[in-house]
Design a protein around this ligand. Structure first.
Ligand code: ADP
Length: 300
């Protein structure tokens, strides 16, 4: 197991930012760490990377206990903190070489060149970090995280603030790097989890609310979504009042995405409603629930 967290708790004063959470990340896995803002993601990551101490609980990284082997663990972890703090007036190569030296990386010139190639910074390698776009700064952040060839990568919101193209590039890069490492990455973007993660854990108010494969999560949560198209206009509000319907999203004046948390077949509920209102149903189909829906339901 690359990361093992047991009963981890962190108090800031009176507030439990992380409240008795346990989870594991297997070797080679890309684990998505999901939760709304303030859920406790960064706090958990800062504890795993030894930046702050836990109040209670046990953390092991690559079989080493965090309390006893903090220094050794730091060598095995690459960390990209939230907001990617970089020295903007340093040059890319100079900065990577500086970080590499802190980790005691041997043959530093070769390693810097290798990492620059791996993250696609060849063209920018002679520039000052402050001159780079946000996407390229993230590449520098990833490069410094892997400079010492760690076994585990902890990435805190690695794609936040990127434009759609940069986002795709950085996701691809994380996937590429993740082939040889265990990656734990936090995000509040569902598509990110769908795009790159093998497994997902979700926290809310410091507590774990889900731990599953993304696909399992979608089928586990007891909620149904049905697309329906009627032959005439229907008021969204009236539909929303039908018992066992929990949410109605208008697609057009005559078609809707309808959700229910009840176990009764939602299509029957909608058919009964149509009959009562003298409406014809032109289309009705069950929709695959998006992770977005699952996330909303679990963290609402
Ligand atoms: P996330 O990364 O999921 O957005 P954080 O771990 O940053 O969540 O924060 C969890 C909770 O802990 C929040 O309510 C936040 O305000 C609080 N918090 C985070 N850091 C500190 C700190 N250094 N001192 C006091 N409270 C903090």
């Amino acid at each position: 197991m690359s990361i093992s967290v047991k009963h981890l708790t962190k108090y800031y004063g009176e507030q439990a930012a992380v409240d008795n959470i346990s989870f594991e990340a297997k070797n080679g896995e890309i684990l998505g760490f999901l939760g709304p803002n303030g859920a406790g993601k960064s706090t958990t990551m800062k504890i795993i990377t030894s930046f702050i101490p836990a109040t209670e609980g046990e953390v092991e990284v690559c079989g080493l206990n965090l309390k006893k082997n903090s220094l050794q663990i730091r060598k095995k972890i690459g960390y990209l903190p939230e907001h990617n703090p970089l020295y903007l007036d340093m040059y890319v190569k100079e900065y990577l070489s500086f970080v590499g030296k802190i980790y005691g990386v041997k043959k530093i010139k070769n390693r810097v060149a290798e990492v620059i190639e791996l993250v696609g910074l060849q063209k920018e390698q002679h520039k000052e970090i402050g001159q780079l776009s946000k996407g390229y700064r993230q590449r520098v952040g990833l490069a410094q995280a892997i400079i010492h060839d760690p076994e585990v990568l902890i990435l805190d919101e690695p794609t936040s603030g990127l434009d759609p193209n940069q986002l795709v590039d950085i996701r691809e890069l994380i996937k590429k790097i993740g082939k040889e490492k265990t990656v734990m990455l936090s995000t509040h973007i569902m598509q990110e989890v769908e795009a790159i993660c093998d497994r997902v854990i979700i926290i809310k108010n410091g507590k774990l609310v889900a731990n599953a494969k993304a696909s399992e999560l979608q089928s586990d949560v007891s909620s149904q979504v049905v697309f329906v198209e009627f032959d005439g206009e229907v008021s969204r509000n009236r539909l929303a009042k039908v018992s066992s319907i929990s949410r109605v999203e208008s697609v057009s004046k005559t078609s809707f995405l309808i959700s229910s948390d009840s176990s009764a077949d939602l299509r029957k509920t909608i058919a009964a409603y149509a009959k009562q209102e003298n409406l014809l149903i032109l289309t009705i189909r069950k929709e695959e629930k998006s992770l977005e829906e699952v996330f909303k339901q679990l963290t609402r």
